[in-house]
Design a protein around this ligand. Sequence first.
Ligand code: CDP
Ligand code: MG
Length: 656
Amino acid sequence: MEITAASFTNEAFANLQPRRPRVAKDPSLPVLGARDEVLAAVRGHSTVLIVGETGSGKSTQVPQFLLDAKLCAPQDGRRLCVTQPRRVAVLTVSERVAAERGVDIGGEVGYAMRFERKASKKTAAVFATDGLVVREMLGDEQLMRYGVLIVDEAHERSVHTDVLLGLAKRTQAKRPLKLILMSATLDIASLQSYFDDCAVVKVPGRLHAVDVFYTVDALDDYHEACATCCAQLHADKTCKGDVLVFMPGQEEIANCIAMLEERLSGVVVVPLYAALSKEKQLEAFAPAPSGKRKFIVSTTIAETSVTVQGVRHVIDPGWAKNRGCDARGFEALRVEATSKAQARQRAGRAGREASGRCYRLYPEAAWDSLPDATAPEILRCDLAGVVLSLKALGVARPETFDFVTKPPRHALLRALETLYACEALDDRGALTALGRRLASLPLPPLLASAVDLASTQFRDGAPDVLWVVAAVVASEHGLFVQPRGGEARDNAIRARDAFEDRSGDLWTSRNALKAAANERNRPQWCRKRFLSTTAVESALRVRKQLLDVLSKEIFAPTEAIPLDTARTAALDCVAKALCVQNAAVRDPAKRCFRALRNDAAVSVHPGSILHGRNPPPEALVFASSVQTTKLFLRGVSAVDASTLARLAPRLFSTGL
Ligand code: CDP
Ligand code: MG
């Protein structure tokens, strides 16, 4: 009998499919020596804390210990979930684990993150972002799918990690759930004392010596210093290996890359940051063509969660971009000095494969003034999303929730106020039906509110609200690339004018995004128009995925509504949603804007289309704020004061 695919049941045939060739793991990974200790700890305790240097093999090997020991399985309640604070780590680690096991992603090993999932009934180990797992619990409070939860990079203490740890502890009180925390730093006392039955496994590192150098004097311009340092290093023929440069954010990376490309020849310069597409991120990991030196210019994501091979030199200007709330409750991204723990991690990246060097671009005297560790994000961020999730999980009084580190009371109160203002909570602080809907959307509360309003009160504008929301979600740093000066800057401004809408950045972004969506050769089209391909692609992805979870009838594009009607409805809708927290009115006396929620003086970001508008608008709503020399507003849209009063009478009945 001839055997064909049809001779087998699907299941059996699937098992006969050729496996991909296995990628060999490095047998000298330090964590492999701790395998038995790790498994014994997991069997004997409900919570295990594994501490080991970056590169010791925690992220890729510990999940495989559990798979091989059959401590997890594809059935509900027995799966393994491994969380990471960043998408890039979810992708690269799950891919590496699948490759080492000779399987394809989506089989035994899968991944899941907001708007993207590759897992099946056969999946025993799912890698996921911590934010996604918190969201999953909204539908499945006791983490029923998982028997083991690994929280990786726990030392980073992202806000989602902290919420997840609190929820996992609560789950453990109700049913058996094995929890494994992995940390790259020894600063673990608070985590260890938080869990009742917590074993600690320390993995000895395999770090080569790293010589650390400091500058003699403090520097005015770290960009210039960094480029000079790279040039000197490259000119020194005795310096072998690639160079990893840490920059605080995407714009600083673009600037640094432009400087390096101008000054160095025979090198490959690649960016690495969270918002890059998967393909672009993977380019940073590819080896440089032979004979060329690679410079990787990265944000903090290269500090712990990913491994870039070939790096022997680290240049650390000492800055990181963090979310933070000021004393007045304004959440903004700000550039801050790194902590000592961060600086040590960064230096460690130079000594993975051989001894290396780290150049800190500040004087040694400045070291002492650095904080030991970065404060957990939950102490620094806006808590509206956290409180909404907790309420949806049945935590009636979030101030009584058992957090690893309790956020300040005033921050919790402010979050409650915001949620009350967007009617997610009622007078008694209980979750409303609307609040439940907002919690179920994969968006921060204000944007979720815009989408919900679009489906109820502003239907004419619904498809356009989706364009605007996608643009805001995807473009933390703006859709439009903004070269620093000269002719390029003028060209960029002219290119943006083609999409300009008088209302400001939100509708302008919608115009650009909508136009980009129809283009075949998008990268080229975007480059010509100074649009960030990364931001555009990510916005289109977000929009498509939101469309998947929303009613097509309401949100799919339609020609039936006249453009003017749609525009007014969409802008009103977004203004109504944002103004709850993000509105500012002009203060003619001081020639600035004042944020309505706390009266702080704020300015329109120089990159905004409304920057320098004359006469300035009466009032603004905005998508986000960033702190540099001043508190700047981004994603700004002009509104009439009378419109605000009409849209949100409870908030704006007086004072305008
Ligand atoms: O989590 P930890 O930093 O302890 O280590 P890991 O991410 O498990 O990586 C251990 C080693 O696996 C790295 O030093 C690399 O040699 C290798 N690895 C890799 O080649 N490609 C990846 N995507 C991940 C890890
Ligand atoms: Mg790791």
